[in-house]
Design a protein around this ligand. Sequence first.
Ligand code: COA
Length: 281
Amino acid sequence: MAEALQPRVFEASGGVWAQLRVEAMQAAAEEPLLASYLHAAILHHERIEDALSYHLASKLGDGDMSSLQLREVCQEAYNSDPGIARLAERDMRVVRERDPACRVYLQPFLYFKGYAGLQAHRIAHWLWTQEREILAFHLQSRISELFSIDIHPNAKIGGGVFIDHANGIVIGETAVVEDDVSMLHSVTLGGTGKERGDRHPKIRRGVLIGAGAKVLGNIEVGAEARIAAGSVVLQNVPPRCTVAGVPAKPIGGPCCPETITPAQAMEHRIIDANPDSGAAI
Ligand SMILES: CC(C)(COP(=O)(O)OP(=O)(O)OC[C@H]1O[C@@H](n2cnc3c(N)ncnc32)[C@H](O)[C@@H]1OP(=O)(O)O)[C@@H](O)C(=O)NCCC(=O)NCCS
């Protein structure tokens, strides 16, 4: 019988931002070579949105658009919609909870492409909602170049989303990714090429998508479903169902108790739908 899964929870007193600052102070003391970087990226700032504006802009800026200009754009987005920064905190918390390689909040903030790409997409999406399409496309292009994540600025991505490794992520214009989804590298949420208009997948809450999975067309992946690595999904997936293969077929039920979603558990084993049997399929 598979051992019962429990979510890893890191409740930082004072919140994610306060904990990030503590970690940055400790790291600066332990590794003087990184001290000025840690000060510039984190310790110099009052709020997480100020730190993110600086950090994202310093990466996204280039000869076409300076970091200074991009920093002002980020600040404008965070000031106009404070919810974007709350999503940034929530995303950082779930990376720490779900990624066994993540020891400290400093890792996603400074180094994880999935986290940085998602936060930069949130700025591009805000620009899209403000009808500043060309600047949104500029950001999409830079995000793709830097972080290997190509997300159309119109794509709607919920909170608590974890994109592990990031390399080769593609998310199309009319895709929806609801709250608390996890996906690994090389996932495509794309069109079939046969449809126009609303043509991309709708990924419901708590879904786990394995590395290299291709989900194609305006189909629905139900809440807390799982998609095995390398699958090509062409049809709706029922809630709490596991699909695998090319083309993907149902191969099992939920992997975990109802108190924890597949996305939280990051549980890739295939367990029989009957939790009492404990049998692997
Ligand atoms: C478009 C596409 C999904 C197939 O469309 P289609 O020709 O209308 O085929 P259907 O969806 O009717 O499927 C026909 C059969 O082939 C299977 N099939 C379709 N695409 C398949 C694929 N990529 N791999 C394996 N089998 C596939 C279907 O399951 C179906 O099998 P069945 O008859 O046993 O049920 C497929 O050609 C494809 O993968 N296109 C690439 C799209 C892409 O790369 N999008 C990314 C954009 S970012």
